[in-house]
Write a protein that binds this ligand. Structure first.
Ligand SMILES: Nc1ncnc2c1ncn2[C@@H]1O[C@H](COP(=O)(O)OP(=O)(O)OP(=O)(O)O)[C@@H](O)[C@H]1O
Length: 659
C-alpha cells in the first residue's frame, strides 16, 4: 500500500517523460499526434451469439449489454462463472477470436464518437494466463518489450530508465533479476509478480485503456489485493481500467468505482459500485451489515442447481432483477454512473495524464534490430535452460552407451550385416524421436507468446523465425554429435575419418529435419497435447517406410509417396551407403554376401549416394521450415469487430412513417 501510494506521481512523471520522448520521435511521421485527456468508453446493446450450422442462434452469450468505463475509474465486470465476463471484456477490447459461428454486434462509443473498434487507441489487454519466455529475468523481459515496442531513435538509456520505473512502480524490484519461470517445471517469480509483470509489459506501449481478464485468479488474497491496487493506481493516473473479476473479497471490492453485474449474459446491474446496494435494497434484497457486498451480489445472481425447485426459484429471481434493473436504470442513470464517470474519483482532481496516441501496430524497430533482439532472447532461452539441456544430453549419451554396448564391435562376420542394418535404423529412429519430442514439447507454448506479441505488431515472422533457428541450431547439433561420437567407435562401424564425419553430418542433418517437422506440427496443432499426439503417429509412418521394414514397391500404391517424405528413410539410406560401400565381409558359404555393395543392392540403395540422400534430407528440412513459416504467418490471430446492431423495430416504424 505504501509503495502504491508513494509512487503514483512518479509513475505519472515517468509515463509523461516517456510519452514526450515518443512524441518527439514520432514528430510529423506519427499517424496520430493527438494529446488526449483520457478515453471514455461506452457500449450499447452488445450481443454475442453462437450460431448453429444453419446460421440460427444456438446460444446467447451476451444479450444486449450496455455500460460505460471512464478514465480515472476502475470498473469491475462481475458475475458467476459462465455469465459472459470474459466474452464482454474480449468484445470491448476487440479480442474476440474470429470464428464462423460467433456473431458479435453492438455499438461502441469512444469519447462519445461511434467506433467499430478500439484500433485507433492504445489498448492493453492483460490476459488470464501470463505466458513468458521462462528463462529471461523480469528486467530482461521488460527491456525486450521496450526495445521492440518503443521507437528505434529513442536512446537505450531512456528505454532502460522507463523499464526501471515500471519495475519500481509495479513492485517488481525484489524479483527484477529473477527468471520468470513457468507454471510447469521452471520455478521463477510468484503468481502475483507474474501478473504485475504482465501489466508492466502492457504499460510499455502507454495504453489509454487497460483491460484485465480475471487478474486475481489463482492468487492468494495478499497478492490479489496488490494487483488490484496497482490497477486502481493506474486508473487514478488517468487510464480507463476495465477488469473482470470472479468474487473478490471485501477489501478488493471496495477499490472498484464502477460495477457491471452479469448473469447469463445479461445485465443485472451497471453503474457506480456504491449504487448497487440501494438498487438491490429497492428490490427487497438488503445486504446484511458487515457482509461483503461482492459475495452478497454473487449469491443473489447465481443459479442454484441443488433441486429443480431451487433452480426455478433462482432463475425467477435473476430474471426479475434483470427486468427491475432496466426500469431502475432509466430512472437513476443520471445520478449514478453517468455523473460519477464524468468526474472520476478523488485521484483525478489533478490533471489526467496527457497521452499521445501511437500508431497502433507500428513496430518500434527495424528488421535487423528485431532479429538481434530476438536472437538474444532465443539464445538466452536455449542456453539457460540447463535442466532441459542436461536431460537431453544425458538421454543421448545413455542411448549411445546402450546401443553401443548391444552392438559392441560388430566385426565383419556375415551375421553383422543384419546387425549393422538394425543399428543404422535404430540410430536414425533414436535421433529423430529425440529432437521431435523436444521441439513438440516446447514449441506450441512459445508459438502462443509469439502470436500475442505479433498481434501487437512488435515484430514480423521472418526475424523471429530466422533468429530462432540461428540461436537453436548450434545447441541442437551438440546432441546428435555427442550420440554419434560415442556410438560410432563403440559399434566399430566402417573405419575412416571421412566416414565418421559423414555419419555425424547425416545424423545431425536428420536431427534438424525432425526438429523442423516438430515445428510444423507444433504450429499446426492447437495445443501441446495435440502436437504430442500427432508427432509420434507421423513418425511411426516414417519409420515403417524408413527403408528397413518394407520395400515400398510391395506396399499399396497409395502409400508409395511416403518414403519420399520420410526423414528416417533418407537418413537410413545415407547411413547405409556410408557404412556398406567399400566394406568386405567374411564369406565362407555359397550365397554369403561378400561386399557391402551387394547389401546396398538388396536394400534397394544400389544406385544411391550419400550426397543424394543428404540433399533429399536437406530438401525436406527446407520444406518443413517453409511450412512452419507459412503456418505462422497465416495463423496470425484474427479478431471479430463489432457489427452495428440491426435497427430496432421502433426505428424501422419511424422510417417507414417518414417514407
Ligand atoms: N467461442 C465460443 N464458443 C462456444 N461457447 C462460448 C464461446 N465463447 C464463450 N462461450 C460460452 O459463453 C459462456 C460465457 O463464457 P465466458 O468465458 O465469457 O464466461 P465467464 O463469465 O468469463 O466465465 P468464467 O468466470 O468461468 O471465466 C460460457 O458458457 C462459454 O462456454
Amino acid at each position: 500500500a505504501t509503495l502504491a501510494a508513494g509512487t503514483a506521481w512518479t509513475l505519472v512523471k515517468g509515463v509523461r517523460n516517456h510519452i514526450r520522448a515518443r512524441k518527439a520521435e514520432d514528430g510529423a511521421s506519427s499517424v496520430v499526434d493527438e494529446v488526449s485527456t483520457g478515453v471514455a468508453l461506452e457500449w450499447q446493446d452488445v450481443r454475442m451469439t453462437l450460431l448453429d450450422k444453419k446460421g440460427r442462434a444456438k446460444k446467447h452469450i451476451l444479450r444486449g449489454v450496455n455500460g460505460k468505463a471512464s478514465p480515472g475509474r476502475l470498473l469491475a465486470i462481475m458475475g458467476p462463472s459462465g455469465s459472459g465476463k470474459t466474452s464482454l471484456l474480449n468484445a470491448l477490447a476487440g479480442q474476440t477470436q474470429k470464428a464462423k459461428r460467433v456473431k458479435l454486434v453492438g455499438c461502441l462509443l469512444v469519447n462519445g464518437k461511434e467506433s467499430a473498434s478500439l484500433k485507433e487507441h492504445k489498448v492493453a489487454y492483460v490476459r488470464q494466463d501470463d505466458i513468458f519466455y521462462s528463462q529471461l529475468t523480469v528486467r530482461e523481459t521488460l527491456r525486450m518489450a521496450a526495445q521492440l515496442q518503443l521507437p528505434q531513435s529513442q536512446p537505450d538509456e531512456e528505454k532502460d530508465a522507463y523499464v526501471e520505473e515500471l519495475i519500481l512502480h509495479l513492485g517488481l524490484v525484489a524479483c527484477a533479476d529473477t527468471i520468470v519461470g513457468d507454471d510447469r517445471r521452471v520455478r521463477g517469480i510468484s503468481g502475483g509478480e507474474r501478473k504485475r509483470l504482465s501489466i508492466a509489459c502492457e504499460l510499455i506501449s502507454s495504453p489509454s485503456i487497460i483491460f484485465a481478464d480475471e487478474p486475481t485468479t489463482g492468487l492468494d488474497s495478499f497478492q490479489a489485493e496488490k494487483v488490484v491496487r496497482t490497477l486502481q493506481k493506474l486508473a487514478r493516473d488517468g487510464h480507463t481500467v476495465v477488469c473482470s473479476i470472479h468474487q473478490p473479497r471485501g477489501s478488493i471490492f471496495q477499490m472498484f468505482d464502477d460495477l457491471v453485474l452479469l448473469a447469463d449474459g445479461q445485465l443485472v446491474y451497471q453503474g457506480a459500485a456504491e449504487g448497487a446496494l440501494p438498487f438491490f435494497e429497492e428490490q427487497g434484497h438488503k445486504c446484511p451489515e458487515r457482509y461483503n457486498p461482492a459475495e452478497f451480489y454473487a449469491d443473489l445472481i447465481a443459479y442454484d442447481f441443488s433441486t429443480p425447485d431451487l433452480e426455478a426459484a433462482s432463475r425467477q429471481r435473476v430474471t426479475q432483477l434483470q427486468q427491475a434493473f432496466v426500469n431502475w436504470h432509466t430512472k437513476h442513470s443520471d445520478s449514478t454512473a453517468g455523473a460519477a464517470a464524468e468526474d472520476g474519483k478523488e485521484g483525478t482532481e489533478k490533471p489526467l495524464i496527457k497521452r499521445a496516441k501511437q500508431a497502433v501496430g507500428k513496430q518500434g524497430s527495424g528488421w535487423r534490430t528485431q532479429f538481434r533482439l530476438l536472437l538474444e532472447r532465443s539464445w538466452r532461452q536455449v542456453t539457460r535452460d540447463k535442466t532441459t539441456n542436461v536431460v537431453r544430453g544425458a538421454m543421448n549419451v545413455t542411448s549411445a552407451l546402450i546401443f553401443g554396448s548391444i552392438f559392441w564391435r560388430l566385426g565383419l562376420k556375415q551375421s553383422t550385416i543384419q546387425d549393422r542394418m538394425g543399428l543404422l535404423q535404430v540410430a536414425a529412429v533414436n535421433t529423430a524421436m529425440a529432437s521431435l519430442t523436444k521441439t513438440i514439447n516446447a514449441f506450441p507454448r512459445e508459438r502462443d507468446i509469439v502470436n500475442r506479441e505479433r498481434a501487437k505488431g512488435q515484430y514480423g515472422v521472418s526475424p523471429y523465425f530466422v533468429s530462432k533457428l540461428v540461436a537453436e541450431l548450434p545447441i541442437a547439433a551438440l546432441f546428435p554429435l555427442g550420440f554419434g561420437c560415442l556410438l560410432y567407435p563403440m559399434a566399430g562401424l566402417h573405419a575412416g575419418a571421412a566416414r565418421f564425419a559423414q555419419f555425424l553430418g547425416l545424423v545431425t542433418l536428420e536431427s534438424f529435419t525432425s526438429s523442423a517437422l516438430g515445428l510444423a506440427l507444433g504450429s499446426l496443432s492447437p495445443t501441446t497435447e495435440a502436437a504430442l499426439a500427432l508427432g509420434p503417429s507421423v513418425m511411426v509412418l516414417f519409420i515403417v517406410f524408413g527403408g528397413y521394414y518394407i520395400n515400398p514397391d510391395n506396399a499399396p500404391r497409395a502409400f508409395r509417396w511416403i518414403p519420399r517424405v520420410s526423414l528416417i528413410k533418407w537418413a537410413f539410406e545415407g547411413l547405409s551407403v556410408n557404412e556398406f560401400r567399400g566394406l568386405t565381409f567374411d564369406a565362407a558359404e555359397p550365397g554369403d554376401q561378400a561386399t557391402g555393395e551387394g547389401v546396398l543392392k538388396r536394400l534397394g540403395f544400389g544406385d544411391s549416394s550419400i550426397h543424394g540422400a543428404a540433399y533429399q534430407q536437406a530438401r525436406l528440412l527446407g520444406f518443413f521450415y517453409l511450412l512452419t513459416f507459412s503456418i505462422l504467418k497465416d495463423k496470425e490471430p484474427k479478431f471479430l469487430t463489432m457489427e452495428a446492431p440491426p435497427p430496432r423495430l421502433e426505428e424501422l416504424d419511424a422510417d417507414s412513417v417518414r417514407a
